[in-house]
Design a protein around this ligand. Structure first.
Ligand code: GLN
Length: 204
């Protein structure tokens, strides 16, 4: 199994490391690879769109021709994990900041996102969150100038909430989180994503 991490900007190597560690732990024969251009997308079974700066990642996605190709692959069922900036890019709708920066969203998930939604005072923080689908033990979530998800509709469903904020959503094989799961020692979210890839593998 080859799992790609979009390697244009942001928290790339962290995901590569955690994916490799998780595959080893749950005995999946495979490895994580850096996806730097459109051709690298050809032979992966899953893709992580990491956190970073959504405007920068977006610009590079467009110039490398990856924007269109990711949409195509997602529509064919490619499992995707988006975190933070990656989640912003997966949305159908953004806020004023997204519009002002001319960010061209992938539009793969029925949701509206708000960039830098926690304001200056608490723009970065960590906290325990409950994610029933990965077990009863709380998950330590790291928020770094994180967005929030204002609303979801149609096939996009809420996966995890923290207080009144939607911080994780799911649509088919795509999981989008506003926090950084790769910064926690807990491998359960990456394991959940790898299981999605495994299941998708069998169907194809
Ligand atoms: N603030 C960033 C953005 O709006 C996202 C931050 C992150 O990915 N950690 O793109």
């Amino acid at each position: 199994m080859k799992v790609g991490v979009l390697a244009l900007q942001g928290a790339v190597s962290e995901h590569v490391e955690v994916l490799n560690k998780t595959m080893k732990k749950i005995k999946i024969n495979g490895n994580a690879v850096y996806v730097r251009n459109a051709k690298d997308l050809d032979d992966i079974s899953g893709l992580v769109i990491p956190g970073g700066e959504s405007t920068t990642i977006n610009r590079l996605m467009l110039t490398t021709g990856m924007h269109e190709k990711i949409i195509e692959l997602a529509k064919k069922g490619l499992p995707i994990l988006g975190t933070c900036a990656g989640t912003i890019l997966l949305a159908k709708e953004g806020d004023e900041q997204v519009k002002q920066t001319n960010t061209k969203l992938l539009g793969l998930m029925d949701m509206k996102v708000l960039r830098n939604a926690y304001g200056r005072q608490v723009d970065s923080f960590e906290t325990d969150v409950n994610i029933p689908e990965i077990g009863s033990k709380p998950f330590r979530a790291f928020f770094i100038r994180a967005p929030t998800i204002e609303k979801v509709w149609d096939d996009t469903k809420i996966w995890v909430k923290y207080q009144d904020n939607i911080i994780g959503v799911k649509k088919g094989n795509i999981l989008a989180l506003t926090f950084h799961p790769e910064l926690s020692d807990d491998l359960r979210i990456h394991e959940y994503f790898l299981r999605t890839i495994q299941r998708n593998y069998r169907i194809r």
